[in-house]
Design a binder for this molecule. Structure first.
Ligand code: HEM
Ligand code: HEM
Length: 184
């Protein structure tokens, strides 16, 4: 299996980045929603730590993905029976997903700092908040973070549904190009 993208499909590394991002986003979103249900203290702190670590990893993977795409562009979209507008909609969805993959964690970082709390970078070292706690601002930014996170999940859901429609209804290679081709 090829490491890099080719005209036939996504390479192993771009595929790994894609599917790892999917896992991290789902973990971050689930922990974001369930965080308040965890008992206060060590468990809730651990949940927030994993939530933040997954979110920070999403930004790192996004930067790696964009750099990778610059030097080794993804395969161009195959033609579909539904015409050029569908290809354009797919591209628009990818851009929107990338914008949200950046905006959601950045809003999370601003939220954490607005609460006056530090961010532990994967437990390696801490970045102290540059601000003092601001309840009103952190309340507003929490709402922004939440709405952006839900928007990301909705767009990702539509994007996943489109991939399945390509596979099961249009019966083209769109999804297969993003899946490992063992034995090649
Ligand atoms: C893709 C990445 C992320 C997703 C999908 C995500 C999603 C969410 C969601 C759905 C909530 C619940 C909001 C609510 O009910 O009020 C939340 C809360 C929160 N998020 Fe994120 N988040 C991400 C990344 C981050 C990052 C990178 C940080 C900080 C560095 C962060 C910090 C927080 C904080 C502090 C809360 C409030 C937790 C609480 O009070 O229980 N998030 N997030
Ligand atoms: C949080 C969830 C997801 C996010 C954030 C996401 C994001 C992206 C992004 C940004 C791309 C553009 C290509 C790239 O630069 O790597 C892409 C491509 C792709 N994704 Fe997703 N994705 C998600 C979930 C899924 C799921 C669940 C599926 C399958 C059911 C899927 C199938 C695909 C396929 C087939 C492509 C390639 C499309 C093409 O060749 O034009 N994605 N995804």
């Amino acid at each position: 299996m090829l490491i890099c993208n080719s005209s036939k499909g996504y390479g192993a590394i771009p595929q790994a980045i894609h599917w790892l991002t999917v896992i991290l986003v789902v973990v971050a979103w689930t922990l974001g929603l369930l965080g308040d249900e965890l008992p206060k203290g060590t468990q809730r702190d651990a949940g927030l730590f994993v939530h933040i670590s997954a979110g920070l990893a999403v930004i790192i993977l996004l930067v790696v993905r964009l750099a990778w795409n610059f030097f080794n562009p993804p395969p161009s979209a195959g033609s579909t029976t539904l015409g050029i507008w569908l290809v354009r909609a797919g591209h628009a969805a990818h851009y929107l997903l990338c914008v949200l993959l950046f905006a959601v964690p950045v809003a999370g970082i601003v939220l954490q700092f607005a609460r006056g709390d530090s961010i532990a970078l994967f437990g390696l070292f801490e970045i102290a908040s540059p601000w003092v706690k601001d309840r009103a601002f952190s309340g507003n930014i929490e709402e922004v973070h939440e709405v952006l996170a839900h928007t990301l999940m909705i767009v990702a859901g539509l994007h996943a549904a489109a991939a399945l429609i390509h596979h099961w209804i249009l019966r083209d290679q769109t999804l297969a190009r993003m899946l490992p081709r063992f034995g090649e």
